[in-house]
Design a binder for this molecule. Sequence first.
Ligand code: 5MM
Length: 341
Amino acid sequence: MSLNAIAQKLMEPGKGILAADESEPTIEKRFAKINLPSTLELRRDYREMLFRSSHAMTNYISGVILTEETLKQEAADGTPFRAILADEDVIPGIKVDRGAFPMPGESGEKITEGLDGLRQRLEEYARLGAGFAKWRAVITINDIAPTRNNIRANAHALARYAILCQEAGIVPVVEPEVVGDGDPGNHSLERCAQVTGDVLENVFKELRLAGVDLSGMLLKPNMVLPGVNSRDRPSVDDIAQRTYEVLREQVPAAVPGIAFLSGGQTDEEATAHLSAINKIQNKPWPITFSYGRALQNVALRLWAGRRENFAQAQAAFTHRAKMNSLAASGEWTPEVDRVAA
Ligand code: 5MM
């Protein structure tokens, strides 16, 4: 399949991406909240619960972002996860960054690492059937951040990652996340709009310089939101409108799709904002979800580390996936969410 064909399949109407690529430190934090240790077996069981939610996976999910561990892993009965996903017509993706580390200096910013040896790793991931990859850059807002240096360094790394993916026949999902739940998290909606616009402008400049084929990639951005500690209280429609305006200004129409991250929003907020954005007419690209927490929060709690809870947890995951599927078409309402819950 061509890069553009894979990207279009990931953007199939009414479907979105499940981000299940929590790194070991992140999954450890998520499990700790429900008093579970992060063991190989529990990580496997948890992801098996998600991937064997066959109604959700077949109808609402086009691709899943995996870690290397999960890409190579098998379910408890020995079936490779890749085979389960293939049966559900879900494209396996792989997180290829090695995490965000402190930038030298006092700005409190982060730079994502993982470029060394990436070409060789991508060849292996392609052999294992990965159709797409993901690299997340973290952009911090505080009194002195983001600095030009940090924006440029992260944009450059994203572009180097993206061109290597395309060389290996893998669609790069480019994720520059302006974080809203960082410290101090008191920035306004407008400040987030200005920083997100600036970051996207730099990212597309670097992607072009690196020779990335824009029709063979996807963008995974943050929504434009006030920081979690801000007193700004914009409406759902204000957020949708401002998010769309920033994207419209910076994202070329050649990009086959945009799949948002949820970034610590509540489940319902992430769905409501996506639906409001999709109500806007004549957008140049399709817009869907690539959520981690906002798809998994309830299912994780209900699973609680027990295989006997699979059915309950899967019902919750299926509900969230269905609500976000409706939002991907601009058809979600709070009423339908409650009635169906
Ligand atoms: C699932 O979390 C992903 C991995 O993060 P770490 O490498 O820090 O563990 C993350 O990149 C995720 O894919 C996106 O941020 C979207 O997740 P949310 O929860 O923000 O929707």
